[in-house]
Design a protein around this ligand. Structure first.
Ligand SMILES: Nc1ncnc2c1ncn2[C@@H]1O[C@H](COP(=O)(O)OP(=O)(O)OP(=O)(O)O)[C@@H](O)[C@H]1O
Ligand SMILES: [Mg+2]
Length: 285
């Protein structure tokens, strides 16, 4: 997803009802459920009957080649777009029949981290990250700054970044700032679209650690869209392979690598990643 459309989506997703109360944290086990979800654009079916369950507090990774429908699936989950048919349950509520007002309430449960962080280049980091809090809370400037500094510290960025412009940051720092912004309203579910794309392998692995630390620290559910097999094998409790709009395989990373699904084994083989080494390096979750 390109930077600018990402930002527009972000603004749209943040167009919440200013009076809406903060959602209570859910204890529902199946926090996101898709049932036979289909999506067509101009008569061309891009998603063809997707069933998916994201478990509370776990990480679900969706992998697949370019054009498989990954970003489309993500946009349906976060209620930026409606499916052609099927049900999408977020914390037990079907979002498909909902009107805009209800959708805005549901969107507040999600934090989104876009491929290119979708930061506005013309304003500094403080202004970029303040955005959700200025729009959706009545906090003072000082309180907002304090909250941002806290989040940045957790993400290992110090206060000096606040006055910098996005162009002055490295790719990895931009990801952290994008993540800090996604976390500002303390969402229950974090969704990431290609969090490691455009980053070198070392920085990519640091972003993986950041995603996992964030899940543990904030108790969030993570949905990660990626074509980075290394990332998937590092992070996923559950992994799904999306091919031409259908789930071609699903299971734990180990099941995908060593199970009887030939599509999954071939996709993993073609990536050239030593997935067994990654699985062996995973710490207990
Ligand atoms: N708004 C839209 N209008 C028309 N077609 C669309 C729209 N959004 C997506 N598509 C089409 O749906 C298909 C899947 O696109 P999508 O962006 O979901 O793929 P992807 O798996 O995220 O790919 P990538 O890895 O390249 O990001 C593509 O053929 C794309 O052209
Ligand atoms: Mg995409």
């Amino acid at each position: 997803m390109a930077g600018l459309p990402g930002l527009l989506d972000y603004r749209q997703s943040m167009a919440h009802d200013a009076l809406a109360g903060k959602a209570k944290p859910s204890t529902r086990e199946d926090i996101v459920v898709l049932e036979q979800v289909r999506k067509a654009f101009g008569g061309v079916e891009v998603l063809r009957g997707i069933d998916l369950v994201c478990k509370h507090g776990q990480t679900t990774c969706i992998v697949g080649g370019s054009g498989a429908g990954k970003t489309t699936l993500l946009r349906l989950v976060v209620a930026l777009e409606k499916p052609t048919s099927g049900r999408i349950l977020v914390d037990g509520e079907d979002t498909v029949p909902m009107g805009e007002r209800e959708l805005n309430r549901v969107r507040q449960k999600f934090g989104m981290v876009y491929q290119y962080a979708a930061l506005l280049d013309s304003i500094n980091v403080l202004e970029n990250v303040s955005f959700p809090l200025v729009e959706h809370t009545k906090l003072s400037r000082a309180e907002i700054r304090q909250r941002i500094v806290e989040k940045l510290q957790i993400l290992e960025l110090d206060e000096t970044v606040l006055m910098k412009f996005p162009a002055e940051l490295s790719g990895g720092m931009r990801k952290r700032v994008g993540l800090a912004r996604a976390l500002m309203l303390e969402p229950q579910i974090l969704v990431y679209d290609e969090p490691t794309s455009g980053l070198d392998p070392l920085t990519s692995r640091a972003v993986d650690d950041l995603i996992d630390d964030t899940r543990k620290r904030f108790g969030v559910t993570s949905l990660v869209i990626t074509h980075d097999i290394a990332s998937c094998f590092k992070l996923a409790d559950q992994a799904l392979l999306l091919t031409k709009g259908q789930i071609a395989a699903r299971g734990t990373p180990d099941e995908l690598a060593h199970g009887d699904n030939a599509d999954a084994r071939e996709f993993i083989r073609q990536s050239g990643v030593n997935v067994d080494a990654i699985l062996a390096s995973r710490t207990a979750r």
